[in-house]
Ligand binder design. Structure first.
Ligand code: SF4
Length: 557
């Protein structure tokens, strides 16, 4: 493995005393791994697992896989073992990981905000049908996630993806995960700046690059020039947010250190303005700060947000400028507050007079058949393609005005509504106990059932109320930033039995209003009682709100 720790482009060193008990930061001389994850990454660059999958494991089968690859380095190729069916959530923490491992994999395909044309959609659909038992979910990082992948099929899946310019490289692992871009980049009439060239350049230079494949933990990127903040910049490790400099014009505001899970933090503005053609360089600077100064002793403190919190934004900017960029950055203005929802659902006119159409699969669940049909519809109606959103939804791009109604009707037939209820539009769910080894409760089906019930009980609700359902204390579906955030855990039912349920967070949001929801300790609800609980909360809001008062404002009074 190339030892990148001492190859950084640091121009001058900021004096940072080495703490007595250190956090394992490479830049402070902690060269020896302090936990097994760090040891595994040092033993072998995780990117090397690609060849072992291609030439050894896929030929010899599941039982030939080295456990250090299976439960570690496979992630760098977008592969996790999925949960063995039939193991209930009460056993999640009690069993060893190998006892939870199925012989099949979850696989993530990056989209990085790119357009999926008809050929790409059909390829993605064909892979699902041929190798993933028809499964496909849209994740909130704009990935397509398959299940039931057999190791013997992985090389052929990669070949099919490669033929249409897609891949699974670094879709998981301690590396730069799939990027978020604006789903309406380059077409939205109200766009500030199109970030697509910057995303493509970052991907071209740095994904699959061994200098950035051993980070302290995952590293999440967002680049969007749309004023709705549709790339969830508040909760990414690094975010470039469209803004207009009074002298230099459109460019990007730089935010760092956002992230959820335990100890959630909103990203902080560094107060600098970055032109489009410097985004990739500055991205490299930020990821290098993280690589060299990020904490590597404890996995629970290894995200960039902890370093940013400890340093503060002034010191972070100083280290970025002095040690990595070798020049000061321009001061810049704050972006305007978002004034529109960033999910892009519905029909919107583009800057070229055509339209984009945002539709809502239920909690991101689609299928191989739907992906293939989408490809056919894109071709039939002469659209440019589809982009995925950070809300588990999708947007059809480049539709002629006289084709919009027919497209909407055809989409409805395959289960994708451009006119969804507020409930279907505003609910997300993580993978949950169906496939995730960390899960305690069911999420996707539970959330879909909740949507059906709320549509029946509140068919005419006049305002969106976001509901995010997570299967464990991690926050893959962003519990802290939903109006109603549901964190999966075991709770006691009326008879004192431990059953699936949720801890409730109320009044969070990103985009239009940014705040973390309040965790209400007394609000724990069984999964069976969820419909009635949400009904009661929504009823209280509708009865008690002032005119025009959003759910988040009401909940945080
Ligand atoms: Fe799995 Fe928990 Fe993430 Fe859901 S929130 S996908 S259960 S780790």
């Amino acid at each position: 493995m190339s030892d990148i720790r001492f190859q950084s482009k640091r121009a001058a060193h900021t004096e940072i005393p080495r703490p007595k008990k250190g956090e394992g930061q490479w830049s402070l001389g902690f060269a020896e791994p302090l936990n097994k994850n760090e040891q595994s990454k040092k033993d072998d660059d995780p990117l090397n697992v690609e060849n072992r999958i291609r030439f050894i494991y896929s030929k010899r089968g599941f039982d030939s896989i080295d456990p250090a690859d299976l439960r570690g380095r496979f992630r760098w190729m977008g592969l996790y073992t999925q949960r063995k069916p039939g193991i209930d959530g009460g056993k999640t923490g009690a069993l060893e990981e190998e006892e939870l491992d199925d012989r099949y994999f979850m696989m993530r395909v990056r989209s990085d905000g790119a357009l999926l044309n008809a050929e790409r959609l059909r390829t993605l659909g064909g892979i699902s049908t041929d190798f993933a038992r028809g499964s496909a979910d849209i994740t909130d990082r704009q990935n397509i996630q398959y299940h039931w992948i057999d190791i013997v099929d992985v090389p052929e899946i990669w070949e099919r993806l490669d033929a249409v310019g897609l891949n699974t490289l670094e879709a998981c692992g301690d590396c730069p995960r799939g990027f978020l871009g604006s789903p309406v980049a380059g077409v939205a009439a109200d766009e500030i700046i199109d970030g697509t060239p910057a995303l493509e350049e970052i991907k071209r230079r740095y994904i699959g690059n061994a200098d950035y494949s051993n980070l302290p933990r995952k590293f999440k990127t967002s680049v969007s020039g749309h004023p709705s903040l549709d790339g969830a910049p508040e909760i990414n490790d690094v975010a470039f947010v469209g803004t207009v400099h009074p002298e230099h014009g459109p460019g990007f505001d730089l935010w760092v250190g956002g992230g959820l899970s335990t100890n959630p933090k909103l990203a902080v503005r560094l107060g600098v303005w970055i032109p489009l053609d410097e985004v990739a360089d500055v991205w490299e600077g930020v990821v290098s700060v993280f690589r060299d100064y990020g904490y590597r002793r404890l996995r629970s403190r290894a995200r960039l947000k902890f370093l940013v919190t400890d340093w503060g934004k002034e010191k972070f900017r100083e280290v970025l400028e002095n040690e990595y960029l070798g020049r000061p950055l321009l001061d810049g203005p704050s972006p305007e507050r978002a004034t529109a929802n960033g999910d892009h659902i519905g029909v919107h006119e583009q800057q070229d007079g055509r339209y984009y159409v945002g539709v809502a699969p239920t909690v991101g669940r689609i299928s191989g058949a739907i992906l293939t049909s989408l490809g056919d519809l894109v071709e039939k109606h002469g659209a440019a393609g589809v982009r995925l959103t950070s809300y588990q939804k999708l947007v059809v791009i480049g539709v002629d005005g006289d084709k919009v109604d027919a497209l909407l009707d055809d989409l409805e037939v395959i289960g994708l509504s451009g006119r969804p209820s507020h409930w279907r539009r505003s609910t997300m769910a993580c993978t949950g106990i169906e496939f995730c080894k960390l899960a305690i409760v069911d999420t996707k089906q539970r959330a879909a059932d909740l949507i059906d019930e709320l549509e029946r009980r509140f068919p005419k609700i006049d305002t969106p109320i976001s509901i995010n359902v997570n299967g464990c204390p991690n926050s893959c579906a962003r519990i802290q930033v939903a109006d109603i955030g549901l964190k999966g855990q075991l709770v006691l039912d009326d008879d004192g039995n431990q059953v699936e349920g949720f801890q409730v967070h109320l009044g969070g949001g990103i985009g239009l209003t940014t705040s973390f929801g309040r965790k209400l300790r007394a609000h724990k609800v069984t999964s069976a009682g969820l419909d009635d609980y949400v009904t009661a909360v929504v009823g209280n809001y509708l009865d008690g709100r002032e005119e025009g008062e959003s759910f988040a404002l009401w909940a945080n009074r």
